[in-house]
Design a protein around this ligand. Structure first.
Ligand code: GLC
Ligand code: CA
Length: 552
């Protein structure tokens, strides 16, 4: 497998609105990020993925961009951005921009022009269609509820928006549009940014006939559409290949088979992608319902993706981001065993095969917020869902689901210290701070040597110092076990063994005879001592152990 910097890197995602407010207007900003670069350096991360900071009316918190080559006023100026890039590079930290080009904002100048008339130069930059029997052109739905079509009276046509009405889909069939996008990408790369996280990029290509969606779903219609690989190959040739950068595609609805086509090393498309099989567990149509699943389901997903891309392409590893509930609340235990379970989950992400992504606050074990009142939620997806369901549902039941699932769980302000508003702002924050900030904050984390923060720091170090963690093979141990996730990593003469208790009960785990634990040394663990008798380890709640096998 080819060695590259982005396989060895650890990425940290910043959601700028909620990271650090430098001028006390209640919203995080670029200067705030600059203030915290030394903190990130201390953690040891290599790359920042910066969620969108471009000009935007913020209908979807910056994922609706009205000028791709300018900075949102709330976040600062281009001068601030240049300073951020410079200061990050000084510390050997790279910056990935969020590239949101499946759609723009309806306030983008291209869309304002496009709306003017059918023969406007920019009309073709978006997806327009005639009414069908006086109604929407087809049955496609928006990811955020309702139809994906909005009627435009002036031209008696509809435009497509797979997300909100204020996020019209760009028309990738238009060569002029594609060229403008590539030149915009070069604008950022020529400044020195180090790559892109590519928003819903497997939705760019839409089938020309725009058929109705049937029970087979959107596959081939707008998911993994007919020309998507052609676009990536063109983008790669025109843009990526000219720079030493990293690219990661956000791709809902992909299988490892699709992924081989997107990230196969001989494909000249993307470096890696985010799949959502773990996030969508257990597979369900309404994401707001979270039903139980088994540990073997989790293991199967990890192994399916490892096997699917092994020696072909590269995986990314994450358990939360700005669209998902908090990792420790969802996969761990955010009460009694918050610290233990946050460390255990981190051990999985940082010792498996693929590039790890940390979402801001994860490194101090931030939890879901669980606002009781719908008025405290700001996320457009959550609010749309509430408004749609409240018509015929019990509010209490509905709120229960929203508390577990809302994207706002990830979007409450970063908890820096015990002062008011967690040290994020001196003004009223745009979204309320999680009330647990007095117990969970960076200040305390930096004081306690046993904190989650230092555990992350050690894990990141471990990865940087051991090629076996980056490039080694994975072999599952006791794959059928419903409590313990265990695996071996191998690279030439290096071997490590990882054992993770996924639940809050004590487990006696019998080590298979072929593993020589006695000849191994503990590299990392979230408990200080070990309970081992013969070949049985007694694992305490969420216990995680990483062994280095000696004499290999
Ligand atoms: C991606 C983003 C999400 C956004 C959507 C539309 O899924 O991560 O935050 O709402 O695309 O841009
Ligand atoms: Ca601010």
């Amino acid at each position: 497998m080819k060695k590259t910097w982005w396989k060895e890197a650890v990425v940290y995602q910043i959601y700028p609105s909620s990271f650090m407010d430098s001028n006390n207007d209640g919203v995080g900003d670029i200067k705030g990020v600059i203030q915290k670069l030394d903190y990130l350096k201390e953690l040891g991360i290599d790359v920042i993925w910066l969620s969108p900071v471009y000009k935007s009316p913020k209908d979807d918190n910056g994922y609706d961009i009205s000028d791709y080559e300018d900075i949102m006023d709330e976040f600062g100026t281009m001068k601030d951005f240049d300073e951020l890039l410079n200061e990050a590079h000084k510390r050997n930290i790279k910056i990935l921009m969020d590239l949101v080009v499946n759609h723009s904002s309806d306030e983008h100048k291209w869309f304002i022009e496009a709306k003017k008339s059918k023969d406007n130069k920019y009309r073709d930059y978006y997806m327009w269609a005639d009414p069908k029997d006086g109604k929407e052109p087809n049955n496609w739905g928006s990811f955020f509820g309702g139809s994906a079509w909005k009627y435009d009276e002036k031209s008696n046509q509809y435009y497509l928006h797979l997300f909100t009405k204020k996020q019209p889909d760009l028309n990738w069939e238009s060569e002029d549009m594609r060229k403008d996008i590539y030149s915009m990408m070069k604008f950022w790369l020529d400044k020195g940014v180090d790559g892109f996280r590519m928003d819903v990029c497997n939705l760019y290509s839409k089938a020309k006939d725009m058929l109705d969606i049937d029970e087979n779903g959107a596959e081939g219609l707008y998911m993994n559409g007919p020309r998507v690989h052609e676009y990536f190959k063109e983008m790669n040739k025109e843009v990526f290949s000219k720079y030493n950068i990293m690219t990661v595609g956000e791709t809902p609805g992909v299988s490892p088979k699709h992924a081989r086509d997107y990230v196969g090393e001989d494909r000249d498309e993307l470096n890696m992608l985010f799949h959502f099989e773990l996030m969508d567990l257990p597979n369900q149509s309404d994401k707001f319902y979270k039903k139980p699943y088994k540990l073997t389901d989790v293991k199967n997903i990890f192994m399916k993706w490892y096997n699917g891309l092994h020696n072909v392409g590269w995986n990314s590893l994450f358990m939360n981001n700005h669209d998902q509930p908090r990792m420790v609340s969802r996969f761990g235990n955010d009460k009694e065993y918050r610290v233990e379970s946050a460390k255990m989950l981190a051990t999985l992400i940082h010792t498996f095969s693929g590039t790890p992504y940390i979402y801001q606050g994860e490194e101090i074990g931030m939890t879901n917020v669980e606002f009781d009142n719908i008025k405290d939620y700001k996320d457009v997806e959550t609010l749309n869902y509430y408004n749609e369901k409240i018509v015929d549902e019990e509010e209490l039941e509905l709120m229960k689901r929203i508390k577990i699932t809302s994207r706002d769980n990830a979007r409450t302000p970063m908890q820096w210290d015990k002062s008011e508003n967690a040290g994020f702002t001196k003004a009223t924050p745009w979204i309320n701070v999680n009330p647990n900030y007095k117990e969970i904050n960076v200040e305390d984390s930096l004081k306690g040597k046993n904190s989650i923060f230092y555990y992350y720091k050690d894990l990141i170090n471990l990865r940087h110092e051991n090629d076996v963690i980056v490039y080694g093979d994975v072999e599952l141990i006791c794959g059928e076990d419903e409590n313990v996730f265990a695996y071996k990593r191998n690279l030439k003469n290096e071997e490590i063994i990882v054992i993770l208790n996924f639940y809050n009960n004590k487990i006696n785990f019998e080590i298979p005879a072929y593993l020589d634990i006695k000849e191994s040394q503990i590299m990392m663990s979230n408990y200080e001592d070990k309970i081992i008798k013969n070949n049985v380890i007694t694992l305490r709640p969420y216990e995680a152990i990483v062994y280095k096998v000696k004499n290999k």
